[in-house]
Design a protein around this ligand. Structure first.
Ligand code: UD1
Ligand code: CA
Length: 432
């Protein structure tokens, strides 16, 4: 029983509709930190390197599968008759598997891999058959309560709707995260009945059945209740977003990034930021964005997916950047849209510069080479290239395909090359 080489797998419950979200989309796909709730869970679960991860899908099945991709096995729960029923629906995926099985609700997005590790350590260390992750809440409303025998051992879990007044005051709650001996679990779920307030097959009733049979059931009490908050409504979603935002900010600050006001800075979970970079308030960084060392971002910047800032680059007020790389030491400090662009080193992007990347049908690239100076209010109609060291005058419109040669200066609408005085003179002299 204490065999650490036992196999482990995970079952994620993601078939419910999430009625309380009042949404056309399945609950588990609602996002925090730019990623669906269930995506956060799967990312943590992946860190454990388990033999198998199965996701139970049902409500909005195709949408969930499409969003999560082919990296997982899916079990279909045709009707959503409760969490115990969801486990039943996955049973055949575990034929021949006799190890430990994590069962995790798809709506606890802040759960960390470390916690799952601690759970299985206790489970295995004490040779348990069922280990429930619990926490204490001053206001446990809505959660299943952990009811213990007078000996202190876990007896059963009682759902809010089925609970008595005495049970309602219990502060220790079920987080919806468990580790089971898979054989015991599948043998027991088939015995569940739905005689309860909600007429559902509750996974939580497995606990009562196992403890009645004197099988080893216990809990691991988690100190940080914020980590296991279940998301049932949009209000919960916003709370979780705050917690995640803070967690992400702390990670970057610990890595040497200054975030002037973490409460008013929105950084998605996949963003990477180098040392000594300063992020000023009211900045939104979403999707996959990589920021180098010693950069300055914000206030009021919007960096979207595919943005790369190389070391020392600066992006300021009301600048939106999408799928664009900005070379080291380059600056775009005010009022710009930079999309599908490749910007070299030591480039200055003047206030109000726009890369007009979209012709109504397709997106086109803009290339701005090293040392270019883009004058205020320049519009660059893509596809277009501005050669090394070139200059565009204020308010110029560089039209599509009319590349600006290196070191040239262009002005006006449409932008034309401005010949320097001595260049003109040379031409006159040679009669050209
Ligand atoms: C559940 C627990 C409760 C616990 C709480 C923690 C049960 C009966 N209750 O309640 O003790 O305190 O989580 O957050 O388990 N799902 C399916 N198929 C279904 C029903 C649900 O896949 O038929 C999935 C949902 O998508 C969701 C998860 O199971 O991800 C939990 O379901 P939910 O309805 O949110 O359960 P709670 O009422 O929150
Ligand atoms: Ca829930």
């Amino acid at each position: 029983m204490h065999d650490k080489s036992r196999e482990a797998a995970c079952l994620v419950l993601a078939a419910g509709e999430g009625t309380r979200m009042k949404s056309a989309h399945p609950k588990v796909l609602h996002e925090i930190g730019g990623k669906p709730m269930v995506g956060h869970i799967l990312k943590e679960v992946e860190k454990l390197g388990l033999r198998k991860v199965v996701v139970v899908v049902g409500h909005g099945e195709s949408e969930v599968r499409e969003r999560l991709g082919d990296g997982y096995e899916y079990a279909e729960q045709k009707e959503q008759l409760g969490t115990g029923h969801a486990v039943m629906a996955a049973r055949e995926k575990f034929i021949g598997f006799g190890g430990d099985l994590f069962v995790v609700s798809g709506d606890v997005p802040l759960l960390r891999a470390e916690t799952l590790k601690a759970l299985i350590e206790k489970h295995r260390g004490e040779g348990l058959v069922c280990t429930i992750l619990t926490c204490r809440l001053k206001d446990p409303t809505g959660y299943g309560r952990i009811i213990r025998r007078s000996s202190g051992r876990v007896w059963k879990i009682v759902e809010e709707k089925d609970s008595s007044l005495y049970e309602k005051v219990v502060e220790e709650v079920n987080t919806g995260v468990y580790c089971f001996d898979s054989t015991a679990l599948f043998n027991t779920v088939s015995r569940l009945r739905n005689k309860n307030e909600q007429g559902e097959y509750y996974l939580t009733d497995v606990v009562k059945l196992l403890s009645a049979a004197n099988a080893g059931v216990d809990s691991l009490l988690l100190e940080d209740a914020g980590e296991v908050m279940g998301i049932n409504s949009r209000v919960d979603l916003a709370r979780a977003q705050k917690v995640l935002q803070n967690r992400i900010a702390i990670r970057h600050m610990e890595n040497g990034v200054t975030i002037v006001d973490p409460a008013n800075t929105y950084i998605d979970s996949e963003v990477e930021i180098g040392r000594d970079t300063v992020i000023f308030p009211f900045t939104v960084i979403e999707g996959k964005v990589t920021i180098g060392a010693g950069c300055e971002v914000g206030p009021f910047s919007h960096l979207r997916t595919g943005t790369v800032l190389e070391d020392g680059a600066e992006v300021g007020n009301f600048v939106e950047v999408k799928k664009t790389s900005i070379g080291s030491g380059s600056k775009a400090k005010h009022l710009s849209y930079l999309g599908d662009a490749t910007i070299g080193r030591k480039v200055n992007i003047g206030a109000g510069t726009i890369t007009a990347n979209y012709d109504g049908v397709k997106k086109h690239p803009t290339i701005i080479e090293d040392g270019v100076s883009i004058g205020s209010g320049t519009t660059l109609v893509a596809p277009v290239r501005v050669g090394e060291g070139a200059v565009t005058g204020a308010g110029s419109v560089v039209t599509r395909g009319r590349d600006v040669p290196p070191r040239a200066t262009v002005v006006g609408i449409p932008a034309r090359e401005l010949k320097r005085k001595n260049e003109k003179k040379n031409k006159e002299d040679t009669g050209r």
